[in-house]
Design a protein around this ligand. Structure first.
Ligand SMILES: [Zn+2]
Ligand SMILES: [Zn+2]
Length: 170
């Protein structure tokens, strides 16, 4: 996840494409995230402009998530776009007040940037498909696999007592 800057700097304005596979373990302990079980693909390009390196591209993730409606596991993929700026900081620059990233030893190290990007874009809830029918609130059956026995008696719970009473009368 490191890019050599010397050649990029020598050809101002020219975009240099890159693509790399990254083991999520290189980002630290990411085991809480489902995508940490699969390699990430980072692709994009970098160019040198106005004394800054502009890195833009996407991070592709995939992992086994649980559908928030039907609770079934499914493969969920994301392509997260980014545009970030790197530059050589002088010793008097205050890093904390900048949203630009520092360059160390003529290398653009994207590790920390990618780590933050993925954490910020982690979805709170995902569904296996837009029209996922979820689980039956009565018997818990997965309604994507067909309707359950209680499909016809989804009665407002307030009337349930009345229904039971009617059954007794029969
Ligand atoms: Zn689902
Ligand atoms: Zn049911």
């Amino acid at each position: 996840m490191k890019l050599q800057v010397s050649e990029i700097k020598a050809q101002q304005g020219k975009p240099f494409p890159f693509i790399c596979q990254v083991d999520p373990k290189d980002l630290g302990d990411m085991s809480a995230y489902p995508w940490s079980q699969h390699n990430l693909t980072i692709k994009g390009n970098v160019r040198y402009e106005s004394q800054r390196y502009i890195v833009e591209g996407t991070v592709h993730t995939e992992g086994e998530y649980e559908c928030s409606r039907c609770l079934s596991p499914f493969m969920y993929e994301q392509d997260i776009p980014f545009v970030e700026v790197y530059r050589e900081f002088n010793s008097y620059d205050k890093l904390d007040e900048s949203d630009e990233w520092p360059i160390d030893d003529d290398l653009i190290d994207m590790t920390e940037m990618i780590r933050e990007l993925l954490i910020m874009n982690e979805p709170y809830q995902v569904v296996c498909k837009e029209d996922c029918k979820g689980l039956c609130p009565h018997c818990g059956a997965n309604l994507n696999e067909g309707s359950c026995q209680c499909a016809d008696v989804h009665i407002d719970p307030r009337f349930a007592a009345l229904r039971d009473w009617l059954k007794k009368e029969e």
